[in-house]
Design a protein around this ligand. Sequence first.
Ligand SMILES: NC(=O)c1ccc[n+]([C@@H]2O[C@H](COP(=O)([O-])OP(=O)(O)OC[C@H]3O[C@@H](n4cnc5c(N)ncnc54)[C@H](OP(=O)(O)O)[C@@H]3O)[C@@H](O)[C@H]2O)c1
Length: 291
Amino acid sequence: MKRSFSIIGCGRAGLSFTKYLFKAGYPPAGFSSRSLESANLAAELIGFKGKVSTNPSDVIGDADIVLITTPDHVIRETAEKIAGHGGMKPDVMVFHCSGALSSDELSALKGANAKTGSIHPLQSFGSLDSGKNPFKGIMVGIEGDRECVDAAWKMAKDLGATPFQIQTSGKMLYHAAAVVASNYLVTLLKFAIDLLGESGVESDNRFEILKPLIMGTLSNIENAGAEEALTGPIRRGDTAIVKAHLEAIEESSPGMSALYKMLGQYTVEIAYSGKSISSDIRDELLSILNE
Ligand SMILES: NC(=O)c1ccc[n+]([C@@H]2O[C@H](COP(=O)([O-])OP(=O)(O)OC[C@H]3O[C@@H](n4cnc5c(N)ncnc54)[C@H](OP(=O)(O)O)[C@@H]3O)[C@@H](O)[C@H]2O)c1
């Protein structure tokens, strides 16, 4: 028998958990949201006829698992509210789904004898209309009390995802890693697309020109690691080309040279630690990139 679950905060993440936990055989125990409309939407999604309320404390009494899927900034006050009210099962497990915050955000619940954890799907939840399980094949970061880690591990697998454990104290850096990999990749590729435009390449879709290079690089990182995947003038120790790049960027898009320099300095260290360049070349490259 799977554990029963209640959802507090019936938005994108909350509705996705509702639909796919139910599909995986987890019985629902109640739904709460700021608006009754959203809570009803979650209940209707799975044909649930039980407890629905704007007060989270009304819907958690029968739950083995409570998922707080409110925005991050109201997780702590929601935890304090339900801890103050009490009335939960003695072995209840309460999770939130934030990537940046740890289970410490739920500390008020420790006094109410609840076990706490966080379960963070590395996914951007969109509309449920596609009918595609958004958990299938994704990674889910988990931390918290032992019982919560075990239960979340099982939940993630039942949802079709792959769980992995993170340190509670490392949660913010874990989230920074996800932001760099996803959001800053967007920034990096926009930088490259803009430079291509400045170079005079005329195309409606400059990404398509860079795409095989990008996909090949990703594949090389996957197969051989970042140091081995690095190619180009820094790996070759070609100081004259790096200098010439900077001059060209400063002439066409002066605002972007600081970004090129910062990325270049980091790249020099990758090349040096991969033993592609000597310490003299490293110093020469760093002095060009620090000018
Ligand atoms: N969306 C994603 O791709 C994603 C991915 C991974 C993790 N997460 C995490 O999941 C959590 C929810 O994010 P989301 O994107 O699903 O947000 P969202 O779509 O904005 O949904 C948040 C829901 O919480 C409800 N809410 C707001 N304040 C509340 C309160 N004080 N009490 C009860 N309910 C309240 C909202 O209510 P009403 O609709 O009733 O007004 C809304 O339905 C966050 O911790 C986020 O970091 C999200």
